[in-house]
Design a protein. Structure first.
Lengths: 77, 623
C-alpha cells in the first residue's frame, strides 16, 4: 500500500534530493526537475516500487500528488 | 540488486563524490553496470548520475548526438551508462522527435559532435504515407531516399562518425507471421534494411536493430504503451538492450573491438580438473557436458579465425595444462591457436598483464573468461580495465554469455576496416577486369537459351499486335501498325513477317520479338526494308537480337533480296537501339540531324553478311 512516506522515498530517489518533502498538494512545479521527461521516469519507478502498471491516460490525467496517491490506492486495491 | 541495494549504491556514490572521490565512485558504478546488477530503472538513473559526474573527471568526453524518427530522450541516459560500463566517457545529446533531416542540416549550428546515431522508425512506412495508392515497395524507396538525403548532409562533415540503426517491426501486422514476411511489412522492412546496407556511404556503420530485438525477443523488447505515451516503442528493457548494442558499436567504431580473449582451462575449456582427472579423463565430447565444452572451444576457434587472439591463463603445472591439447583426441583447440599460454600458480591478474605485454596490447582490449568467481573478482579489482565475463554455471550457456557481452562487435568503420575494404575492392576490381569478357559469355551460356523464329500465323497474330502496340525501348521505328497492315504483310510472299519465341533454363519467355520487312520496288537491286523490329525488354542484352538477325539474313537471302535497309526513328525511349544497325555491320545512308536526331537509315549487302555471335540455339517446340 502506497503511503505518502513511501511515495516520498521514491521521489527522493528519482529526483536525487533527500530534502524533498511532498504533500497531497504538491504539483510538478514544486519539485525541481519534475518535467515531462522525468515524469515518465517517475511513473516507471513508481510502477516498479509499488508493483502496479499504469496506462497512458491514467498518467496524463494526474494533477497533483494527491491524485497520484489515489491512483496508486485504486491500483493496489 | 534490490531497490534498497540500489538506493544504498547511489547513496555511496553521492558520499564519495561529495568527498571529492569521484574517481572511486565512477569505478564502483562501472563495476555495478558490468555485472548487470542495476536493472533498467537503475541504468537510467546511473546515466543521469554519470551525465553530471563524468565531466568532473574526464575533460574530453566523446560527444554523441542521437537523431531519430522516434523520441530519443530515453536512450540518452541509458547510452551514457552502457558506454561507461565499457569504459567510454560519453556526452550524449539528442534532436527533436522525427526531425532527422532538419537536424542534420542544422548540425553546423550545434555544439560539435564526434558521432551521430541515426534511428529510424516505421510510422510512415507502415502508416500509408504518400497516399493509399503508394505500394509497400514505393514506400521502401521513399524511406531510402530520405536517409540518402540525411547521409548527404552528414557526409560533408569530415571526421564525423555515423552509426545508422536499422528498421524493425513490433509485430507481423494484420497479415500474420506467415504472410507478412512474404508480402507484408516484415518483407518491406527486410528490404529496407538491405537497401540501407547496400547504399550506406563508406565509413558509416550499421547496427541491425532486428538482431537486437530478436535477441531480447520482440514481445519484451517493445512496449506498445510506451509508443503511444512517448513516441518511442522500446520497453525499459529494450532501451537498455539497444543502448548496450549502441555502446558496443561506438566502441567498435572508435577503438575497435576487444582483441584478445584470455581463457581459463579447468571447467572452462573442459569439464573437471586436469591435474586430477588426467588429460584423457576431462569431460570433452563424450557426454552432454563434454559436448558443451567442445561447442565452446569451437566458438573460440571461430573467433580466432576471425582475428581475435586467444590466450590461456590457468593455475596449473605447465606440463599438465598442455597435456590435454597434445593427447586428447576430442580437443578442438590446439596449442597453436593460442598467442600466449600462461600456466603457473601466480595470481591471474599478473598473468593477464604478462599476456598483454607479450602481445603488445592494452589491458582494455582484454576479455577474461573464467568459471571461477574468485578469480574473476581478483581480476576485476586488480585490473578494472579488463572486461570480465559473468560466466554462468552451466557450460552450455558459455557461448551465449560470451556473445552477449558484445566484446568482439565490428561495425566496419575503423581505419583497418576501411583499408581492408579498399583491398577487397581493388582485388574485386582487378578480378572483374580480368574476367569481364569471359564471365559475361559464361553467363549467357549458363542460361541455355533456345529460340525459334517463325512466320506470324493466325495464332501468333494477337501477341505480335500486342508487342507492336506497347514495346518502347527495343523498338527501331515504334510504328504502331493496325491489324490490317500486319495481315497484309503476312499474306505478301515477298514480305517478311516474323516472330521469335525464346525460352531458357528458367522458363518460357514466349514470343518476344517481331520483325516486319517490306519490299522496296524502286530500288536497282532487290531490296528489303526492315519496317519494324522490336523486342520485349525481358530478353534485352542477352544476344537474342543477333539470333533474330541471323534468321532475318537467312529469310532475306531465301527470298532473293540483295540489300537490306535498316531504319531508326528516335523516340523518348528507344535510344538503346540508336546504333543497332552500326553494331550489325550496316553502312549509314543518312546520318540524321546534327545531334543524331531525326530518322536515320542504313544499308547492308545480304551476300556475305554474318550476324554477330549469340548464345541461342535454334529449336522448334512444335517439331
Amino acid at each position: 500500500m502506497a503511503s505518502l512516506e513511501a511515495l516520498n522515498e521514491v521521489f527522493c530517489d528519482v529526483f536525487e534530493d533527500d530534502d524533498i518533502t511532498i504533500t497531497r498538494d504538491t504539483v510538478a512545479a514544486d519539485v525541481p526537475g519534475w518535467d515531462s521527461v522525468m515524469n515518465v521516469t517517475l511513473m516507471l519507478e513508481l510502477e516498479d516500487a509499488f508493483a502496479v502498471q499504469f496506462n497512458a491516460s491514467e498518467v496524463s490525467g494526474l494533477k497533483d500528488v494527491g491524485a497520484l496517491l489515489d491512483l496508486l490506492a485504486r491500483k493496489a486495491g | 540488486m534490490s531497490g534498497d541495494d540500489r538506493r544504498a549504491l547511489f547513496r555511496r556514490l553521492k558520499t564519495l563524490r561529495a568527498a571529492g572521490q569521484t574517481d572511486a565512485a565512477l569505478a564502483a558504478l562501472q563495476d555495478a553496470l558490468r555485472r548487470g546488477a542495476l536493472g533498467p530503472g537503475g541504468v537510467d538513473k546511473a546515466g543521469r548520475w554519470l551525465a553530471r559526474a563524468l565531466p568532473e573527471v574526464h575533460t574530453g568526453p566523446l560527444r554523441v548526438l542521437l537523431l531519430g524518427q522516434l523520441t530519443t530522450t530515453w536512450l540518452v541516459n541509458a547510452l551514457i551508462a552502457e558506454g561507461w560500463s565499457r569504459g567510454l566517457a560519453l556526452r550524449v545529446g539528442d534532436g527533436d522527435y522525427d526531425s532527422v533531416l532538419q537536424e542534420a542540416i542544422a548540425l553546423a549550428d550545434r555544439e560539435p559532435v564526434e558521432v551521430v546515431v541515426l534511428l529510424p522508425w516505421t510510422q510512415r512506412l507502415l502508416g500509408g504515407a504518400g497516399g493509399p495508392g503508394r505500394s509497400g515497395a514505393e514506400r521502401v524507396e521513399d524511406e531510402l531516399a530520405y536517409w540518402a538525403q540525411v547521409w548527404g548532409q552528414l557526409a560533408r562533415r569530415s571526421g564525423l562518425r555515423v552509426i545508422q540503426v536499422g528498421y524493425d517491426w513490433v509485430g507481423p501486422g494484420p497479415l500474420g507471421a506467415g504472410l507478412s514476411g512474404r508480402e507484408g511489412p516484415v518483407r518491406w522492412i527486410r528490404a529496407l534494411n538491405q537497401g540501407l546496407l547496400d547504399a550506406l556511404p563508406e565509413g558509416f556503420a550499421f547496427l541491425d536493430l532486428a538482431q537486437v530485438a530478436g535477441e531480447v525477443g520482440r514481445s519484451r523488447f517493445y512496449a506498445p504503451r510506451r509508443y503511444h505515451w512517448t513516441r518511442q516503442p522500446f520497453s525499459e528493457l529494450g532501451v537498455v538492450a539497444l543502448a548496450r548494442h549502441l555502446s558496443a558499436a561506438l566502441q567498435a567504431a572508435l577503438t575497435g573491438p576487444a582483441k584478445v580473449l584470455v581463457l581459463d582451462l579447468d571447467n572452462t575449456l573442459w569439464g573437471g580438473v586436469v591435474g586430477e582427472e588426467g588429460p584423457l579423463g576431462v569431460a570433452l565430447g563424450d557426454s552432454a557436458e563434454g559436448e558443451a565444452y567442445r561447442a565452446f572451444q569451437g566458438f573460440c576457434k571461430a573467433l580466432s579465425a576471425r582475428g581475435v587472439l586467444l590466450a590461456v591463463s590457468s593455475k596449473n603445472n605447465r606440463a599438465d595444462a598442455e597435456e590435454p591439447f597434445r593427447v586428447n583426441p576430442d580437443m578442438v583447440l590446439s596449442l597453436d591457436d593460442f598467442a600466449a599460454f600462461e600456466a603457473d600458480w601466480s595470481p591471474k591478474a599478473a598473468a593477464i598483464e604478462r599476456i598483454a605485454a607479450t602481445l603488445n596490447l592494452g589491458l582494455d582490449s582484454v576479455v577474461f573468461f573464467d568459471d571461477n568467481p574468485a578469480e574473476r573478482e581478483q581480476v576485476r579489482q586488480a585490473l578494472p580495465m579488463v572486461q570480465v565475463v559473468e560466466v554462468p554455471g552451466d557450460p552450455a550457456e558459455y557461448v551465449r554469455a560470451l556473445e552477449a557481452g558484445l566484446y568482439f562487435e565490428s561495425v566496419g568503420v575503423t581505419e583497418a576496416d576501411r583499408r581492408r575494404a579498399d583491398q577487397y575492392r581493388t582485388e574485386a576490381k582487378r578480378r572483374t577486369l580480368q574476367s569481364a569478357a569471359t564471365s559475361l559469355d559464361d553467363y549467357y551460356a549458363s542460361l541455355a537459351m533456345r529460340g525459334c523464329v517463325r512466320p506470324i500465323d493466325e495464332g501468333g497474330l494477337s501477341r505480335a499486335l500486342q508487342l507492336i502496340g506497347k514495346t518502347n525501348q527495343f523498338n527501331l521505328t515504334t510504328r504502331r501498325h493496325p491489324r490490317e497492315r500486319v495481315v497484309g504483310l503476312m499474306a505478301d510472299p515477298a514480305a517478311l513477317a516474323l516472330t521469335c519465341r525464346v525460352w531458357d533454363r528458367f522458363g518460357d519467355h514466349g514470343v518476344v520479338s517481331v520483325i516486319l520487312g517490306a519490299p522496296c520496288p524502286g530500288e536497282p537491286a532487290p531490296t528489303l526494308r526492315l519496317d519494324t523490329w522490336l523486342m520485349s525488354c525481358r530478353v534485352i542484352a542477352r544476344t537474342v537480337e543477333h539470333f533474330v538477325f541471323e534468321a532475318v539474313l537467312r529469310e532475306a537471302s531465301r527470298l532473293g533480296y540483295q540489300r537490306l535497309i535498316g531504319e531508326y526513328l528516335p523516340t523518348q525511349k528507344n535510344s538503346q537501339v540508336a546504333d543497332l544497325y552500326d553494331r550489325l555491320g550496316f553502312e549509314a545512308l543518312d546520318p540524321g540531324g546534327p545531334d543524331g536526331e531525326g530518322a536515320r537509315r542504313w544499308v547492308l549487302r545480304v551476300d556475305g553478311a554474318v550476324a554477330p555471335p549469340h548464345f541461342v540455339s535454334a529449336d522448334d517446340p512444335q517439331n
